[in-house]
Design a protein around this ligand. Structure first.
Ligand code: R7I
Ligand code: MG
Ligand code: MG
Length: 349
C-alpha cells in the first residue's frame, strides 16, 4: 500500500499482537534452535489450532490501553492512560508483567495519587526502570500522530508513566520512530532508514538526564546511538550468526538490549535468510528470526512485528497465525480507528 495506508496500520498493530502471542512460547529461553521455532510455527498451520489459543501478554495488554486511551481522548492524556494501565493490571494481573512494574501499577490505582508520573520515578532507588515495558507498547503512538514531534513527545510521556529512566523511555521513542518511518515506506531504503534513526536519536539522547543515566549505568555516551551504529555494522556484513547478534545487540529485558535488536531483525529479514524456509515472506521471516534469538522473545517479536507489519502491510500476515492469537480482531478494528484519527490529525495541521 501507499504511505500510511490502512493496510500498513493493520499490519503494524496486528503483527505486534502476533509477535507477542507467538513469541511467548520461548520467552526466557537461553537457546532456541531454529528447528524448534519452525516446529512451533508449523504447529500454527494445523487445523486443530485456532480460536485465539495463544494468549497475549503484558506487551499487548498495555498496548491495548494505549490504543483505547489515544482513541477516546483523541490524543495523549496521561491521567486517562495511567487509569487504564492500573485497571487492566487489576483485572488481569497474570499477563506476565515485569517484576518491578507491578509496584507502579498498584500505586497508579490509588485514587489519592496526585502526580501520575511519581510511582515510576520511585522505581529502582529513584532512578526509574530501564526495562523495555515502555518500548513494547510504543507502536500505537506512531499510528495516532502523523507529526514526528508529537510521536516523540507523547511516546516519552506515555513510557514515563512506568519507566522514568531515560534508557527506558528513549527506547520507547526509538521503537515509535521506527514504526513512524516504516509506515511511510522508509524501509524501501534500509541504509537511509538506519541513518535517519541514528540522526533522530542523536537529538533525543542529547539531554542532561540521558547523559546522567548513561554515566551512572556505565553505558556509552549516547547508548542507543552506539547500538544503532552496531546495527549498521551488522547490516553491512555478508554473514551474521545468531550468536553475534545476541552478543553485539542483546536479547534481554532492558530497552537498550532489545529495541535495537528488534530493528536489526526487521532489517536483516528484508531479504531471504539462509536458515529460514524460502516460502516465508518478509513478515514471517522477521517473526521467526526474532524467536530464534531467545531471551525476551515475546517483546522482541512484538516490536519487530510492529515495525515489519507497517512495512509489509496486512496482506503479508498468514491467516493461520491470526486465527491462533488472542486479540487479533480487536487489533484489526483498532487499526482502522487509528488510521482515521491519524488522517484526521494530518488535515488539521
Ligand atoms: O520493563 P517492564 O515493564 O518489563 C517488560 C518485560 C517484557 O519482556 C514483558 O514481556 C514482560 O515479561 O516484562 O518491567 P520492569 O519491572 O520495569 O523491568 C523489567 C525488569 O528489568 C525488572 O524486573 C528488573 O529485573 C530489570 N530492571 C532493572 N534492574 C535493575 N535496575 C529494570 N530497571 C532496572 C534497574 O534500574
Ligand atoms: Mg510479555
Ligand atoms: Mg517480554
Amino acid at each position: 500500500g501507499g504511505q500510511a495506508s490502512l493496510s500498513r496500520f493493520r499490519g503494524a498493530l496486528v503483527s505486534g499482537v502476533l509477535g507477542d502471542c507467538i513469541g511467548g512460547e520461548f520467552e526466557g529461553a537461553e537457546e532456541v534452535p531454529m528447528e524448534s521455532v519452525l516446529e512451533h510455527l508449523y504447529g500454527l498451520d494445523e487445523e486443530t489450532r485456532g480460536d485465539g489459543i495463544l494468549e497475549y501478554s503484558d506487551d499487548t495488554a498495555m498496548a491495548r490501553c494505549v490504543v483505547q486511551s489515544l482513541l477516546t481522548r483523541t490524543g495523549f492524556d496521561e491521567q486517562d492512560m495511567a487509569r487504564r494501565f492500573a485497571k487492566e493490571y487489576s483485572a488481569s494481573p497474570g499477563r506476565g508483567y515485569g517484576s518491578g512494574v507491578i509496584q507502579v501499577l498498584k500505586k497508579l490505582s490509588c485514587p489519592r495519587l496526585s502526580d501520575v508520573f511519581q510511582p515510576a520515578r520511585d522505581q529502582f532507588n529513584g532512578r526509574g526502570s530501564f526495562g523495555n515495558g515502555g518500548a513494547m507498547r510504543a507502536a500505537p503512538f506512531a499510528l495516532a500522530f502523523p507529526d514526528k514531534a508529537d510521536v516523540k513527545r507523547s511516546t516519552r510521556l506515555g513510557a514515563m508513566l512506568t519507566h522514568s529512566c531515560s534508557l527506558g523511555y528513549n527506547g520507547a521513542i526509538l521503537q515509535a520512530l521506527a514504526v513512524h518511518f516504516s509506515l511511510q515506506g522508509a524501509l524501501e531504503t534500509p541504509q537511509k532508514f538506519i541513518t535517519n534513526l541514528i540522526a533522530e536519536m542523536e537529538e533525543v539522547e542529547d539531554t542532561e538526564a540521558a547523559r546522567n543515566d548513561a554515566r551512572i549505568l556505565k553505558e556509552a555516551d549516547k547508548p542507543f546511538c552506539e547500538r544503532l551504529h552496531r546495527v549498521k555494522e551488522l547490516m553491512e556484513r555478508s554473514k551474521v550468526s545468531i550468536e553475534e547478534v545476541i552478543s553485539e545487540l542483546g536479547n534481554g529485558i532492558a530497552a537498550l538490549h532489545s529495541v535495537p535488536t528488534a530493528i536489526f531483525c526487521v532489517l536483516h529479514c528484508l531479504k531471504p535468510v539462509e536458515c529460514l524456509p524460502q516460502t516465508y515472506n518478509g513478515l514471517e521471516r522477521t517473526i521467526a528470526y526474532s524467536l530464534a534469538l531467545g531471551g525476551d522473545t515475546d517483546t522482541i517479536a512484538c516490536m519487530a512485528g510492529a515495525i515489519a507489519g507497517a512495512h509489509y502491510g496486512s496482506e503479508s500476515i498468514p491467516q493461520t497465525w491470526m486465527r491462533c492469537c488472542e486479540g487479533v480482531e480487536d487489533a484489526d478494528r483498532d487499526a482502522e480507528r487509528l488510521h482515521a484519527l491519524y488522517h484526521q490529525m494530518s488535515q488539521s495541521d
